[in-house]
Write a protein of this length. Sequence first.
Length: 99
Amino acid sequence: MEKIIIDNRSFEDIQKRVKMLKQQTESMKQKYGKKNLYSWLSSEEVCHILNIKTRTLQTYRETGRIGYSQLDRKIFYRGTDVEKLLEENYKFKTQNIVL
């Protein structure tokens, strides 16, 4: 196992970022925690989750990137389809820490 030594300031910065991510996760959990993966989401909810505009979501529908159901004029999306879209587009970014 390789050991990495970092200075105290870098370690505190990492701790601060982890704490911020935890707070954001808790916030999203409170806001969307009531919905399970099998529930249906409105266009507004999907746009908020994906941080996109309604026109972009329309393009996703038209190109088949995301499935949907329509009742009258209202469009709904499965939570699992939104999660799948997020996972397919996940990119892991490594960050070099300068000591």
